[in-house]
Design a protein around this ligand. Structure first.
Ligand SMILES: [Zn+2]
Length: 210
């Protein structure tokens, strides 16, 4: 298995490449920016990109998706509840003072309970609204790995003050969908360092003061 996570763009969104060394296939999660770097890593390792999966449609997570699709032909998947975010891309770009990336409607939705990813490294989609209405996490059950987008961070949770955000909802999503996962589940958040479900359950101040 090839698993590489690196920060991209001015907001340092964690982009992940997950590859199958035998099948020479890969998926990319959250190609927010730095598409030439992502593409170069795929080429260097001889990986064919099968899917572009986006945890939510904030600019720092989806900004490079269409460019990567054009380079590789891979389809883009995004939960349909975040389509309104796509339509706000110019406003999102203005918030952080960057140019507006070109976007297009996704090729398919990421629906709760759906299985996505590679044949040997598949993930279950967990719809976890609250940061945005279409925020999802990807649970790679056999890898004990959760890609959490901006729902859960090491020691923090996603902000809920932007359009589509809802504090009660993100807390409910984390409690009912994420904290029920095994303690040893590795969490790769949308920004910042890795953590685990057990560590966050024990020490995340947003989750222990309830
Ligand atoms: Zn976000």
């Amino acid at each position: 298995m090839i698993l590489e996570t690196f920060p991209v763009g001015p907001l340092q969104c964690n982009c992940t490449i997950l590859g199958d060394e035998q099948a020479r296939e890969a998926i990319v999660i959250d190609p927010g920016d730095d598409v030439s770097r992502i593409h170069k890593r795929l080429m260097e390792q001889g990986l064919t990109l099968k899917q572009i999966l986006v945890t939510h449609a904030h600019i720092d997570h989806i900004g490079g998706a269409l460019k990567l699709k054009r380079l590789t032909g891979a389809p883009i998947y995004l939960n349909e509840n975040d389509l309104p975010q796509l339509e706000m891309m110019a406003a999102q770009a203005a918030w952080i003072g960057v140019g507006t990336p070109e976007t297009a409607p996704p090729d398919g939705s990421l629906v709760d309970g759906q299985t996505v990813g590679l044949e040997h490294y598949s993930a279950k989609v967990l719809h976890t609204p609250g940061h945005t209405q279409g925020s999802i996490c990807l649970h790679f059950v056999l890898l004990n790995l959760l890609i959490a987008g901006d729902t859960l961070f090491a020691g923090s949770i996603g902000r809920t003050d932007l359009p589509g955000g809802d504090y009660g909802q993100i807390m409910d999503s984390i409690q009912s969908r994420l904290l029920i996962l095994p303690d040893e589940t590795t969490v790769i958040p949308g920004h910042g360092p890795q953590t685990s479900i057990g560590r966050e359950r024990q020490s995340n101040p947003f989750l222990t003061e309830m």
